[in-house]
Design a protein around this ligand. Sequence first.
Ligand code: PA5
Ligand code: MN
Length: 192
Amino acid sequence: MKNINHLSIIDSKFNVDYSNGEIKGKNVINAKKYLKDLPNIFGDEEAFSKIDEDALIYEVQAILPVDEGLEGGLFYGKTIVHPGKVGDEYYMTKGHFHQKIGRAEFYWGIDGEGMLLLMDQDRNTWAEKMIPGSLHYIDGFIAHRTVNTGVKPLSFGACWPSDAGHNYQEIMDNGFSARLEEVHGKPKLIAS
Ligand code: PA5
Ligand code: MN
């Protein structure tokens, strides 16, 4: 840590609003993903083409206190996945393996309802329910994606190693081996 004065007592550099996970502080990164940013993610191409391409699907905030790629640091983030569906498939994040594939991550539910979709390298896919207070340890070598299965925004926190990186290509090319769809009013994993 730089610029620390011995015996000084200072305010925290960041604050979190625990009702929705919003991060406040300097140099907080904000990113928004619209439907048009997510080609080849959803299964139903016809339904995809009928939705406004400017529909906001998810928003990410992140604090990167050290350089990306540094070994030993940590990053902190918050994601909001908005409610909605493309056909029968719920709004979700792109999903990724980590670039350094063995790196793990924590997610925790803050508000709303959803699922954490997980897939191992043998393409076995399963889901963990996300609710306010749920805590999810995502082991290394596991691809992860979050899905809003509820009617209000799903917000969750995340903490991951600064040298984990994001590998989106594998999921862009091959997807997950199952999709989370609404069947008779309930979320169901359907092999794809
Ligand atoms: O680092 C993470 O795993 C999260 O902060 C995600 O990046 C975030 O939820 C957005 O998902 P994705 O990176 O798959 O678009
Ligand atoms: Mn991750």
